[in-house]
Ligand binder design. Structure first.
Ligand code: EPZ
Length: 434
C-alpha cells in the first residue's frame, strides 16, 4: 500500500487538465449492458473504481477494454465496451464489497437479460447506503426480488419490464440512474419524479440518447422515458469531473497562488464556485484552446473568510465537496458551520484534521470549525475517498511534513491527483509503504 509524503507550505501555480468524471463513467460503463453494439467512451479517467467496473463487466462475460495503449504507446483515456457476449448476469460479493456502485448493473441486467444477481452492497465509511429505493422503484416496473445469501436476485416479468410512475421519497443519484437505464428498454412510458439532477445523471441520459433511447426532462427533477425495442452502440465523451475540479480549486484556495484548470465544468460546480468566491478566492471563467477553463487565484487559506455550508442535492452544495471545504475552513478567518445533510457519517476526516491542529467541534450533523493560525504536519490515515482528499489538501497547507497512509482510498476516485498537484508545484512523494 502506498503512502504520500507531503511537505506543506508551498503556493501552487500553473495549468492542469481536469479528468473525466468518475461518477459519470461508472453508470456509462453499466449502460454498455443495454447496447446491441460496442460502446466506446472517451475521456475516461484512470482510477480504481473504473478498473473494478471493468473487472465486473468481464466477469459477466463481456468485453471491457480500459485504457488500451495508443499508437504512441501511451495508455488512451478510453473504454471499449461490448457486452453482447454477456453470459453471467451477476455482480459477486468480492467485487461489490470494494465498490457499492456495482449496484448500477441491476437495472441494465433486468432490462436487457430479464434477470440479475447482485451482492447487496454493504455499508461503507460514510454510512449505511442501502439500495431499498432502487428495488422499490424497479418492483413498480414489474421486477421481483429475493434476498439469497446476501445477494439480491431479481427477475423481470416474462414480457419484460413495463413503464411505471415512480416517485423517489429521497433524491438518489444511482437510484435515478438505475431506474432510467431499466426504463429505456421497458414497455411503455416511465416517469421518474423527484429524480436526481446531478450532471452525471444528465451525462448518462445523453449517452443513452446517443444509443437511441427516448428520454425527456434532462436536468430537471422529472424524467420521462419512453421504452424502445433496442439500443445501438455509440461513441461518447465523458463529461469532466466537477468534484476533481472542485478539489483542485480548493487546493489552490488553501495553498495560495494562481492556476488554470483546463476542461473545467464551470457551470456544474456553480454552487461550490460561489462559496469559494464569497470566501475571497478570485475565479474567472475563460476559454482556452476551445475548451472551458477556470482561473483560480487565492492569497492563501489564512487570508480567506470563514463561511457556512449546508450540503444538498444538485444544484446545491455537493456533499462530495464537503470534506475539501472543511480543509479550507480549518485556517480561514472566523468560524465556519458545515452541515452534512446527505450522509449520516461523513465527518471521518474531522479526527484526522484535528491531528494537524484544526479546531473542530461536532454538533450532530454540523461541524463548527474555528480557523487557526497554522496547521502543523502529522501522520494521517485516510478513511474514505473525499476524506483522503481533504487530508491531502490540509497537509499541503500545514507547516512541515505529513505522511498520508491508505492512499488507495484516494486512488479509487481520483486520477493521479498527487501528480496533478505536483505539476502545480506541490511537494508530494508517493512511497511504496511496507
Ligand atoms: C452517489 O452515490 C455518488 N456516487 C456519491 O459519490 C455521492 O456522494 C452521492 O451520489 C450523493 O451525491 C456515484 O455516483 C457512483 P444516493 P449514491 O443514492 O447514489 C440514501 C463519491 O465520493 N439512500 O444519492 O450511492 C443514502 O443512504 C461518492 O464519488 C437510501 O436510503 O448516493 C444517502 O443517505 C460518494 N436508499 C442518500 O440517500 C437508497 O436506495 C443519497 O444517496 C438509496 C439512497
Amino acid at each position: 500500500m502506498d503512502k504520500l509524503e507531503v511537505t506543506g507550505g508551498v503556493p501552487l501555480a500553473g495549468r492542469v487538465r481536469v479528468s473525466g468524471a468518475k461518477n459519470a463513467a461508472l453508470p456509462l460503463m453499466a449502460a454498455s449492458i443495454l447496447a446491441d453494439g460496442p460502446l466506446t467512451l472517451a475521456n475516461v479517467p484512470r482510477l480504481g473504481d473504473l478498473r473494478t467496473m471493468g473487472r465486473l463487466l468481464r466477469h459477466m462475460g463481456g468485453q471491457a477494454d480500459l485504457h488500451p495503449p495508443g499508437p504512441d504507446g501511451a495508455l488512451a483515456e478510453e473504454a471499449r465496451l461490448d457486452l453482447r457476449s454477456l453470459t453471467r448476469p451477476e455482480a459477486p460479493h468480492e467485487l461489490v464489497k470494494t465498490m457499492r456502485a456495482s449496484a448500477l448493473v441491476l437495472g441494465p441486467l433486468l432490462a436487457r437479460h430479464g434477470q440479475a444477481r447482485v451482492s447487496l452492497p454493504g455499508g461503507c465509511a460514510i454510512g449505511v447506503r442501502p439500495i431499498d429505493l432502487h428495488l422499490k422503484a424497479l418492483a413498480l416496473m414489474g421486477a421481483e426480488f429475493d434476498l439469497t445469501g446476501g445477494d439480491v436476485v431479481g427477475r423481470a416479468p416474462a414480457g419484460g419490464l413495463r413503464g411505471a410512475e415512480i416517485r423517489f421519497e429521497t433524491v438518489t443519484v444511482t437510484g435515478t440512474e438505475n431506474v432510467m437505464m431499466a426504463a429505456v428498454l421497458a414497455r411503455g412510458r416511465t416517469v421518474i419524479a423527484n429524480a436526481a439532477r446531478e450532471p452525471e445523471v444528465t451525462d448518462t441520459a445523453l449517452a443513452l440518447q446517443a444509443m437511441g433511447a427516448r428520454i425527456a426532462g434532462l436536468d430537471t427533477d422529472e424524467l420521462v422515458i419512453d421504452g424502445v425495442d433496442h439500443l445501438s452502440g455509440a461513441a461518447y465523451r465523458v463529461m469532466p469531473d466537477r468534484i476533481e475540479a472542485g478539489t483542485l480549486l480548493a487546493a489552490v484556495a488553501l495553498c495560495g497562488g494562481r492556476a488554470v484548470l483546463l476542461d473545467a465544468p464551470c457551470e456544474e460546480i456553480a454552487a461550490a464556485r460561489s462559496k469559494f468566491a464569497a470566501a475571497g478566492v478570485k475565479l474567472e471563467r475563460a476559454v482556452v484552446g476551445g475548451q472551458e477553463a477556470l482561473t483560480v487565484e487565492s492569497p492563501g487559506g489564512r487570508e480567506l473568510k470563514a463561511l457556512d455550508v449546508v450540503t444538498s442535492p444538485h444544484p446545491g452544495f455537493p456533499t462530495d465537496m464537503q470534506a475539501q471545504f472543511m480543509a479550507l475552513a480549518t485556517v480561514a478567518r472566523g468560524v465556519s458551520l458545515i452541515t452534512e445533510t446527505i450522509f449520516e457519517n461523513r465527518f471521518m476526516h474531522v479526527s484526522e484534521l484535528r491531528r494537524l491542529g484544526a479546531d473542530i467541534d461536532l454538533q450532530g450533523r454540523t461541524a463548527v470549525v474555528k480557523g487557526v493560525d497554522r496547521l502543523r504536519g502529522a501522520p494521517l490515515t485516510a478513511s474514505d475517498l473525499r476524506a483522503s482528499a481533504s487530508l491531502l489538501l490540509a497537509a499541503l497547507a500545514a507547516e512541515g511534513r505529513s505522511d498520508l497512509f491508505r492512499v488507495y482510498h484516494l486512488d479509487r476516485g481520483y486520477d493521479r491527483l498527487d501528480e496533478k498537484l505536483n505539476a502545480l508545484g506541490a511537494r508530494i512523494a508517493r512511497v511504496k509503504d511496507a
